[in-house]
Design a protein. Structure first.
Length: 191
C-alpha cells in the first residue's frame, strides 16, 4: 500500500532526473577557430615564402569568403527563428543541411590554407579540421551550435540560442578580421 503511494513520486523524480541528464551535446569550435586564425596572423613570418605568397592570398580569400558566408547564414537563420518566434521541436532538415554544407566548405578552404603553413600551424589546423569533420559526419548526435540542434528538432532554450548566436558570431567575425589582417601582411611582404 505504501509502495503505491510512493510510486508516482518515484516516477516523477526519475523523469526529472532523465530530463536534466539529456542536455544538448554542442561542441563550439569557434574558440579554436579564433585561436588558430590568431596564430595564423601572428606567425606569418614563420610560414611565408615568396613562392607561396600568391597561393596563400588566394586560399585565404576563399577561406574568408566561406567563413563569412557561414557566419551570415547562421545569423540569418537564428534571427529568423527569433523574429518568427518558432518553437523548439520542429525539424528543419533543409536549413540544417545548409549549415552543414556551409561548414563543410569552411573546412575544405581551411585545409587549403593549412597546407601552406608550417608544421605547428598545420598540426593545429588539422586537429581543428578533424574536430569539425567528426562533429559534422560522426555517428553520434553532436552539434556545432545550439542552432543546429534546434534545427534538428531538439529542445533548445531561447537563452541558449541567443548566447550561442552572439558569442559565436563575434568569434567568427574576429576570425574573419584576422584572415584579412593576414592577407594584408602577406601582400606587404610580396612588394
Amino acid at each position: 500500500m505504501m509502495f503505491r503511494r510512493l510510486l508516482p513520486l518515484i516516477i516523477i523524480l526519475l523523469c526529472a532526473t532523465c530530463a536534466t541528464a539529456q542536455s544538448v551535446p554542442v561542441e563550439d569550435v569557434s574558440k579554436s577557430l579564433l585561436s588558430w586564425t590568431q596564430h595564423l596572423n601572428a606567425d606569418v613570418d614563420k610560414y611565408f615564402t615568396h613562392e607561396k605568397g600568391d597561393e596563400l592570398i588566394r586560399n585565404l580569400d576563399a577561406f574568408k569568403g566561406e567563413l563569412t558566408l557561414y557566419a551570415r547564414t547562421r545569423k540569418n537563420l537564428s534571427d529568423s527563428i527569433f523574429r518568427k518566434n518558432i518553437a523548439p521541436g520542429n525539424k528543419d532538415p533543409k536549413n540544417l543541411e545548409l549549415l552543414k554544407t556551409r561548414m563543410g566548405e569552411v573546412v575544405r578552404q581551411m585545409r587549403n590554407v593549412t597546407d601552406l603553413t608550417n608544421n605547428e600551424l598545420r598540426a593545429e589546423g588539422d586537429h581543428l579540421n578533424d574536430q569539425i569533420y567528426n562533429v559534422l559526419n560522426g555517428e553520434g548526435n553532436q552539434y556545432l551550435s545550439y542552432l543546429e540542434a534546434f534545427l534538428n528538432g531538439l529542445t533548445v532554450t531561447k537563452k541558449e540560442m541567443a548566447l550561442d548566436n552572439g558569442m559565436t558570431y563575434d568569434r567568427l567575425q574576429q576570425s574573419i578580421n584576422f584572415l584579412i589582417s593576414t592577407q594584408d601582411k602577406i601582400r606587404s611582404k610580396m612588394k
